[in-house]
Design a protein around this ligand. Sequence first.
Ligand code: XMP
Length: 493
Amino acid sequence: DGFSSERLFNQGYSYTYDDVIFLPHYIDFPTDAVLLSTRLSRNIHLSIPCVASPMDTVTESYMATAMAALGGIGIVHSNCTASEQAAMVASAKSRRVPIFSLNPMTVKAPDGCIDSFDGLDYVFVTESGTTKSKVVGYVEKSDWENLSDKKEELFNYMRDCSSKVSVPWNYDLGQINAVLEENELDFVVLEKDNEVVDVVTKEALEGTKGYPKLGKGTVGSDGKWMVGASIGTRESDKERLEHLVKAGINVVVLDSSQGNSIYQIELIKYVKKTYPELDVIGGNVVTMYQAQNLIQAGVDGLRVGMGSGSICTTQEVCAVGRGQATAVYKVSSIASQSGVPVIADGGISNSGHIVKALVLGASTVMMGSFLAGSTEAPGAYEVQNGRRIKKYRGMGSLEAMTKGSDARYLGDTAKLKIAQGVVGAVADKGSVLKFIPYTMQAVKQGFQDLGASSLQSGHELLRSGTLRLEVRTGAAQVEGGVHGLVSYEKKSF
Ligand code: XMP
């Protein structure tokens, strides 16, 4: 019944996730017995197979912290200066709590004053005026608003910071909650070695109370969250990498839309020689030939996808690429022989796509649009036609390329910039801390239907021909989605 993957993917067609469907197999274990633990690259172990894409509307420090706290990982984008990127990595690693809270704004004691409290509820007074020293007090917005002379020294209106306002940086959410409740505080300052690391408000903590409990986070041997970063393949990227290594990155992703190039192969060799401890992920690739070249150069992981992303126009502009289901299957079949994990990058818009990517051979999925509307994604929400949305843009869009991301598309020496992506927006999805655990539960149910109790077992069932697939016709795809309903507006009675 159905086709084996071997037969289905060797017919000369390029299939996307939506084109293919698995036939159910046999269940002999409960959903919670499914293990989603995996590897991002040769030496990086994750407890969930989720990676946040290096895009400037997806992964900066908050997203990287949250993804690591969930057991996945975030790759901080490089569409900024090397020092800005390194600062984002350092901040993501040093934070312990993954909740979106205040960015501490500080002034110097005893003579600090500020111009406005725009967007702030508190200003902290520290010994040096930066977060790199102890907090001595704080000023509330209401105190400041009552000042007749806004240029007056805030120090005079400072509320004393008794020791109870500060707690060690590695307190977990439960411990922080206990301190807030016991002392009836509105916030606590998290400190490490007499430096401010973060501020957690009661309001932010309250907001996370209905979330599923977090599992095992992705922590490195330094006791901090693991964080990755992307770089391009220009000569100057070697200097960028040096900054990032100093900031503590655990893995580097070489970001090219067509990774099988002399530039990338030389850079892979350089990274492996210069930083033998650092895992290097190459790509993007979609064919076995491309993958083989990067494996020979020494990559620790492969990123797969070309033109499958929701904001990509590469296939239309350049006539090059591959359907993502075929690309993941083909590249995984060769990468698995060398023990190189595959990241299925782009085209994920529901949990079913994640199940397909993982069973077809990927070890993780990298997501852009799926995460872009979350609280942890960079940028502010806007309201349009009554909907809360956040901007999401391709790194090959003209708008993003003006900030430097054209290196990904090897457009750096061309005078004319050709767009290979678009700018858009996605709907508010709430916090990743809430929706990723639900998504993982749905993925586990998919694995259970297939009789696969782990990623490894899914791969084996597929390769052995035990799992069967079919191609869905256009009508079958319509049937598989919601259909035949008229719109229904909820009435309040
Ligand atoms: P999703 O579908 O998750 O895709 O939104 C994210 C992935 O898309 C790639 N990417 C691009 N591809 N033009 C492209 O052809 C672009 O402007 C662009 N920006 C991002 C990238 O691999 C990302 O992880």
